[in-house]
Design a protein around this ligand. Structure first.
Ligand code: ZN
Length: 240
């Protein structure tokens, strides 16, 4: 008996020249529109119910961005689309930066965590080391990669984590990606002896430590709580 990680991606990954992954929000609703799908390789939707997040793929293959000279690629970032995977979390239509207001479609913590898992799979497949220059939000592009982006502020704030600078927030996200990568690697090892009963409805409160990047204080009643690690454990132990 062994447990296996089940991919959260909607498609099998293929060879491509990936240099970095850039995270966005769509500034739309919780569902990807046809226009959204043209601009991003992957999108994380939410159907409005707890556990109702899913990753969908966009119009273009990742390899469409190996070269952008043909004009046929996912355009999600200014002057940096070559080698850049575009991943958008669906939501944030009508959001305002200052004072922060998330609008009618606030992105959800479960979309955030699921996106981290999906990006972890990309990092493993394309052998990308997780740094602020290789896994970053659109808002970090000017500072980290030196390419101005006309005031794009995705993703500098999320409604379910308060009082973090955008750097801390995105470091936090990179911490989730790294943890997911470790979990995926470990889940590929056979587990012979462990016997675990996991309640599928078990959703422990996430507590986030700014140092380790793994704990968030989510205001009660704002969003469902999803524990990233136990969620993964639940997913791959289903197969034992
Ligand atoms: Zn963006």
């Amino acid at each position: 008996m062994s447990s296996q990680y089940k991919s959260v991606l909607p498609i099998a990954l293929r060879a491509a020249q990936v240099k970095r992954i850039i995270l966005h929000w769509t500034a739309g609703s919780h569902v990807a529109s046809a226009l959204d799908r043209r601009h991003y390789h992957f999108l994380t939707e939410w159907d409005g119910s707890p556990g109702g997040s899913k990753i969908v793929s966009g119009k273009y293959q990742i390899s469409a961005n190996d070269s952008t000279s043909d004009g046929d690629y996912a355009a999600h970032v200014r002057r940096l689309n070559t080698g850049s995977v575009g991943w958008a979390i669906c939501g944030m239509a009508g959001a305002r930066e200052r004072p922060f207001h998330a609008g009618r479609f606030p992105i959800q913590s479960e979309q955030w965590f699921l996106t981290a898992k999906g990006i972890a799979e990309l990092c493993l497949f394309y052998d990308i080391e997780v740094t602020s220059k290789t896994v970053l939000s659109h808002c970090e592009v000017p500072e980290e990669l030196g390419v101005p982006q006309a005031g794009k502020w995705d993703i500098s704030r999320v409604p379910f984590i308060q009082n973090l600078s955008w750097t801390a927030l995105n470091d936090n996200f990179r911490g989730l990606v790294k943890t997911a990568m470790q979990d995926i690697m470990e889940s590929k090892e056979p587990e012979e002896t462990e016997e675990t009963i996991v309640d599928p409805l078990y959703r422990p409160r996430v507590t986030l430590d700014p140092d380790t990047g793994l704990v968030v204080d989510i205001p009660a009643g704002v969003v469902p709580n999803v524990d990233f690690r136990s969620d993964l454990i639940r997913i791959y132990r289903k197969t034992i």
